[in-house]
Design a protein around this ligand. Structure first.
Ligand code: GCB
Length: 618
């Protein structure tokens, strides 16, 4: 199986034009369960230095940066200055301004509100030497490019703003004081994912926690377990290190099951056991999680794992073998408050998910438009929300560029490896509103194949665009997109009644033509409203317009026989530089059912009533 997957990935990489020499999509080190491992959280106050012209990275003509500009040097600038002499520096991170990490820099100071470029961050910390074991730095997310140095030595780079990466610092880490420097470049371009144009804010920075992790010399790098539709619990454990081969691996699922296996020459062990009769299935109504413990070679990793199945049968989505309707909403990664910093602490994430689960009576959330924090995913497991997960292949990327496809495949792989123990995740989406073309469909098809190779247990979808087509003398809404063939669940974004010329009264009578044998999700619909703006004439941007838009769109949705879920746009008003109406928007996309500070708009109640009725009708 491993060989098969490796070969398949190689084929995919070659198909992507990346060539047989390109590195594997699996990151070299995953450190599953890192949040629970021995180590040190490096959150707190870091100092920083702006570097708009990137002088700390390179000089003119791409030459090596001048030594007086190299922010990452392991150097006490003040001490050198005190000695006098010819040396001088044009930075000093020790005496720089401070910023709380994690968090996007846009909220840190007014000066950085729309800063889009390179900033250097530094944190000094005291550590113990790794001894006979190993030490790693694990970054949960740096948006968008990271250049990482420890004690003046480059230890790695990463591209992609929403996925974790792990760097081996066994040799670079000192017992005692250490100087960690991270260059963070938020700039996006035509070859980045996403490109520079989106409908959300920049949020450059070290946006998620950084952790120093210690492991034994031979350690459990990855450990995964899940329930299949055949009633069996399968999984694998990957060891790394000099004693990785031939090790006994033990897994305990709470007190209800135990299994052992032995690692092969590559340090990999697989499990395949019958689900014990006592196993309680995870579901939104009953989100049972088990303490799962993996042990091998003197190392141990624990996780909290739920067991459920997800499948499609005809036009139904089946959760644990039974049809389910996804009562959801879309959500950006942005906490409540007037100046969010995309800081998903547990209370911040909980406050958002609580509104979905208990305010809207939801059982589902679309985590748009990029992989959200691990904290959010773990909470979705805990409180019982099904999850749609996506990477930001959004609107348009450089479809014909093999290097860009390679980035997308790697980003998807990083996401899947991070989240495949999360019972909440049921759908991997491979794109959002990408205009149909041959190159784009090829790109998405490669992504869908990649997802299936990495995780055959979950469903694949994409948020597609719809079209109006004349059939006879009627205008009919259709999905005219060859990507449909690659998906388990069809999903469409529809904004009739907000964008375009349809009146709200026309919505329930709009004609749709959809495949009868495929489940459909309305992955987005929505309308802007400024909280507190009431208008007896129900004009656009009023709470009344938005509420009526929801009533009429729900009436339209009731006509769609294959509809199996929805995630209207969007839970909360979110920052977007595209939205500059001076009265209604001021930099906020106002399609939230809640204002930025959490005030419920009238439409919130419309959707909550609808979902309560649906939940009761089950
Ligand atoms: C969309 C996009 C979403 C936008 C939304 C809007 O279709 O997927 O990212 O924010 O429309 O508000 O227009």
């Amino acid at each position: 199986m491993k060989l098969f997957i490796s070969v398949l990935l190689l084929v995919l990489a070659c198909a992507a034009g990346a060539g047989p020499a390109s590195p594997p999509l699996r990151p070299a080190v995953l450190l599953t369960g890192a949040p629970y491992r021995d180590g040190q959280d490096l959150s707190g106050q870091w100092t920083y230095s702006k570097d708009l012209y990137k002088t700390g990275l390179t000089d003119i003509n791409g030459w090596v940066a001048k030594s007086r500009m190299q922010r990452y040097r392991d150097l006490d600038v003040a001490a050198v200055e005190a000695r006098g002499g010819t040396d001088f520096f044009e930075f000093d991170l020790d005496r720089g301004p401070q910023m709380a990490i994690p968090g996007g820099w846009n909220a840190a100071t007014p000066e950085l509100r729309y800063y889009d470029g390179l900033i250097w961050f530094q944190r000094k910390f005291t550590a113990r030497a790794p001894g006979s074991g190993r030490a790693f730095l694990r970054f949960e997310a740096v948006n968008y490019r990271a250049y990482v140095y420890l004690n003046g030595k480059e230890i790695g780079r990463h591209e992609g703003g929403f996925t974790p990466f792990v760097l081996d610092v066994t040799d670079a880490l000192r017992g005692g004081e250490n100087r960690l420097t991270v260059g963070v470049d938020s700039a996006h371009d035509a070859q980045s994912i996403p490109t520079a144009i989106t409908d959300w804010d920049l949020y450059g920075g070290i946006t998620r926690p950084v952790r120093l992790v210690y492991t034994p010399a031979t350690f459990i790098d990855d450990a995964t377990l899940g329930l299949g539709t055949n009633g069996r619990i399968t999984g694998e454990v990957q060891l790394q290190g000099p004693r990785a081969a031939g090790q006994a691996v033990d897994v305990a699922i709470g007190t209800i099951a135990r299994a052992t296996a032995v690692t092969d020459t590559h340090g990999r062990a697989v499990f395949d056991i019958a689900a014990p009769p006592a196993l309680a299935r995870w579901s939104p109504d009953s989100p049972t999680l088990y303490d799962v413990r993996f042990t091998a070679a003197g190392d141990a990793v624990r996780d909290r794992i739920g067991f459920r199945t997800i499948a499609v049968q005809g036009n139904q989505i089946l959760l644990n073998g039974r049809p389910v309707f996804l009562r959801g909403v879309s959500m950006h990664e942005e906490e409540f408050g007037a100046r969010p910093a995309r800081n998903m602490t547990e209370p911040n994430a909980r406050a958002l998910l609580h509104e979905i689960k208990h305010g809207l009576h939801g059982n589902y959330v679309r985590l748009s438009h990029y992989p959200h924090s691990e904290t959010t995913l773990r909470l979705a497991d805990e409180i019982g929300l099904l999850v749609w997960s996506e990477i930001p292949v959004y609107w348009t990327v450089d479809w014909d560029n093999p290097a860009v496809l390679r980035k997308a495949l790697a980003m998807q792989a990083e996401t899947i490896y991070r989240d495949r123990n999360r019972a909440s995740v049921v759908l991997w989406s491979v794109g959002n509103e990408t205009p149909v073309s041959e190159a784009r469909t090829r790109f998405h098809a490669a992504m869908a194949d990649n997802v299936r190779a990495l995780d055959p247990t979950r469903l694949v979808s994409a948020a597609l665009l719809v079209k109006r087509r004349k059939i006879g003398d009627e205008d009919v809404t259709v999905i005219d997109d060859p990507l449909m063939d690659k998906l388990d669940v069809l999903a469409v974004n529809t904004y009739a009644g907000w964008y375009g010329d349809d009146t709200l009264d026309a919505l329930p009578r709009l004609k749709w033509s959809l495949p009868a044998d495929r489940p459909l999700i309305l992955s987005e619909f929505g309308a802007d409203a400024l909280a507190g703006y009431h208008d007896p004439a129900h004009r656009k941007f009023s709470e009344e317009y938005q509420a009526e838009y929801y009533r009429k769109t729900l009436a339209m949705a009731a006509q769609l026989p294959t509809l199996r879920g929805m995630s209207p746009w969007v839970l909360k008003d979110f920052q977007s530089p595209r939205r500059e109406h001076p009265v209604f928007q001021n930099g906020w996309n106002r399609k939230g059912l809640l204002s930025e500070t959490g005030v419920r708009k009238e439409a919130f109640g419309v959707l909550a009533d609808h979902y309560r009725a649906r939940a009761g009708a089950r």
